[in-house]
Design a protein around this ligand. Structure first.
Ligand SMILES: Nc1nc2c(c(=O)[nH]1)N[C@H]1C(S)=C(S)[C@@H](COP(=O)(O)O)O[C@H]1N2
Ligand SMILES: [Mo]
Length: 312
């Protein structure tokens, strides 16, 4: 089903997937896992995987209120305190918007965001966002699988990583007028190709059924729910396919604190704080942080041969 992007991009979840379809998909996934089919078998059925994945993986934990999600942000380009991005959001013009897609692909070019979105089905997915500073939120995102975009742009066999870049425009993004620590702008991030192709990895255009507010990374941001928040790069203007592991902003800033992988991992402490517990925004008591932010069943196999204390 193709949902056209309307001016307001107003999508309610009931329009996206009828309850019965949602339930059938979820039951299928449960049944498959119980039957010992496991994820390997599921991934051998890509079409089925694509349709079951999004909804089956959504959490039914209580959602963080819209006001908190949109007024407690990290977006250094719009100000370094949690409240500043919302206050400065009006400075960022998010339409029209274009994205350059280049590197190791068949047809590199710069595309209007409208054209990039057209062939994709926007879905709702409710994911936990776990920020490295020990807080978390549960957010109903709208977006589409990054994997679907990658398949469309046909990477060459040399493409081993996907690199992302935020808009660089100090007029609209006042935080870029000076350095933040040792940041050199633009903010950059990256994923290994198998992480980028994983069905949990989302390119988001909205939350709570509305267009993304600028402070949350409008008009296009990444959501990688099993990784710390800084991997979820905002206001993307470039997606590049590379042979070498691309640099990432927080890793350049402080390599002993922030690695390339940044998988949520309660057994690996940040040098300045434990990562065992987190405060869900709006809750009083802290709760235990789960391995891979609770998505271990889906993603642990991507890292089975890696020492996650070394590759943090
Ligand atoms: N361009 C850009 N993207 C960014 C950041 C940033 O400062 N600049 N902050 C990151 C961090 S540290 C976090 S925790 C999340 C926060 O996303 P949210 O404000 O939507 O909760 O955005 C990430 N993406
Ligand atoms: Mo973060």
């Amino acid at each position: 089903m193709l949902i056209k992007k309307t001016a307001a991009n107003a999508i309610v979840s009931s329009e996206i997937t009828p309850e019965s379809v949602y339930k059938a998909r979820r039951d299928f996934l449960k049944y498959s896992i119980h039957a010992g089919m496991g994820l390997a078998a599921l991934s051998q059925a890509p079409a089925l995987w694509a349709t079951t994945a999004a909804h089956a993986f959504s959490t039914d934990e209580a959602q963080t209120p819209y006001k908190k999600v949109t007024r407690y942000n990290n977006f250094v380009e719009l100000g370094s305190g949690k409240a500043y991005p919302a206050k400065n959001a009006h400075r960022l013009k998010t339409s029209p918007w274009s994205v350059t897609i280049d590197g190791e692909i068949e047809n590199p070019g710069t595309y209007d965001l409208e054209d990039i979105l057209k062939p994709h089905t926007l879905e709702e997915r409710i994911y936990r966002l776990r920020c490295v500073e020990t807080w978390s939120m549960v957010i109903p995102w709208q977006g589409f699988a990054l994997a679907d975009l990658i398949k469309r742009f046909k990477p060459t066999s040399k493409a081993k990583y996907v690199a992302f870049e935020t808009l660089h425009d100090p007029k609209q993004l006042p935080g870029q007028r000076s350095r933040f620590g040792s940041f050199d702008w633009p903010y950059v991030e990256g994923l290994r190709m198998d992480e980028a192709m994983h069905p949990l990895t989302l390119l988001a255009t909205g939350l709570y059924g509305k267009d993304l507010p600028a402070q949350n990374g409008a008009p296009l941001r990444l959501v990688v729910p099993w990784k710390y928040g800084f991997k979820s790069i905002k206001s993307i203007v470039r997606i590049s396919f590379t042979e070498q592991q691309p640099p990432t902003t927080w890793n350049k800033q402080s390599p002993e604190e922030y690695g390339f992988y940044a998988n949520v991992n309660p057994t690996v402490s940040h040098p300045r704080w434990s990562q065992k517990r987190e405060r869900r925004i709006g809750h009083f008591f802290k709760q235990d942080t789960l391995m891979f932010n609770g998505y271990a069943e889906q993603v642990a196999s991507l890292y089975s041969d890696m020492d996650l204390h070394k590759w943090y």
